[in-house]
Design a protein around this ligand. Sequence first.
Ligand SMILES: [Zn+2]
Length: 306
Amino acid sequence: MSNENYLIFLDVWNNVMVVGTVVLLVAAVLVFIFHKIRLASMKDLKQKYDYLSQYDIKMQMRSIWFLSGAILFALNTVYKPTMEIHYVWFIVRLFITFCIATLIVYISYLLYKYSYPAKLHKKLKELRYTPRISSKGNKMRLLSEEEEDVHLDEGMQAEEEVFSMDYDVWVDEATGELKIEKYAGHLEANKCNTCGFYTMKLKTEEIIEPATSNSEGEMIQHWSCSYCGAKRTKPIRIARLEEGQEFKLPKTLKFKDGKHIDAVKVHVHLSDGTIREFDFQNAEQAAKFLDKYQVEIDSENAMFKG
Ligand SMILES: [Zn+2]
């Protein structure tokens, strides 16, 4: 490229970057404002809960993507006189700014993955446990796990039993009005195609070919619905074994006196650095959960020790 052409190119580049900066900056602000307005426009606390848990991190991250793009474009207009000396400087600037933008996205990603969830969790908990107001304007009371069962049908109870769904039952004690809210449980269960409840759980795994450190394995999963009893089989590939992936939870956990326990919190530190937090109303539930969680982890990582 002749020097003259290069200088023309630089001018065009500069203009494109300026326009791009403005467009991306506007996009970043719009996404953020849209998110906040949408949240504020929701009156129902459960609706806010669902929206935040599904979109809060996604929308903020999207805004950050646009913002980093804007920063990348803006930085590619600086030191223009130096760029005019030689195109090598142009390449150096491009490289450095690209690193900066990548770093911003990466750091934000880490913050949203490891730090922000705790804050979001607190916000969600507040939304979930703020007393609901009945149609008569009375403050409703949240029933305990023991009290709520009479208001849940068998399918709902089966879902709670396998921790796939969690139902909150609010009651207006003056009028008897009920409000049942459905939340995702601590463990995942699949939807049963026969009865429609989230009670399809993995029962056994049959290894056809064990995985080794250098080849994938294969197994057959046997699923069964704990509510209607429907059965299903599914072939699964087993990931290659990696070192340091194994960990164990106690099979059973005993609490000497359940009477004086108001809440039980379980923190599970996974080997990839993530921490999962689970809340329970009583020790019995937590112990039952840990028993099921072991199965869940095993199937999640498809780890088999020979
Ligand atoms: Zn079923």
